[in-house]
Design a protein around this ligand. Sequence first.
Ligand SMILES: [Fe+2]
Length: 173
Amino acid sequence: MDGYLNHERRGEMLRNLRTDAGTLSGDYLGAARAVLHELVAIPDLIKRLPVERKPGRYTRNLLAGDEAVSVWAIVWGEGATTCIHDHHCSCCFGVVSGTVTETWYRAIDAKRAVATAEQERQAGYVACMLPSGPNIHRMRNVGPGEAISIHIYGFDHEAHESSIETEYTAVGG
Ligand SMILES: [Fe+2]
């Protein structure tokens, strides 16, 4: 991957995210937020990265990763939505462009959840969540147009398929 995220920049990003205290620690979360604030401040460069785009879907594009963390650009086509899910690891994200609508849920059992809140996350928004919760959510791009967000997860992308722990089905509430 060339451009902004060249080899040196990827190495610097991973060094900034390195922590002895683990990817649930306050130090790590602070570092992840700092990296995200840097990235959401350069939307024009992020948009020019050679990412995959799929109409109506979202794509995950690995920007950098090691045995502890992975950094992804998620490109949201208009109408794209995730399942309702929680995470087995820490999950920090920042919105680079467009608007990502985040809906929060409360589990009522191991597989079902009720929506509790919804927020529009605009470009520049940065947040972290921990697997200790509350962390059940769904993200989608209702448009207009594309949205891009950067996600930093505390998992080894070669050891796990994704950051998702459990998928839930929504029930009325
Ligand atoms: Fe998530």
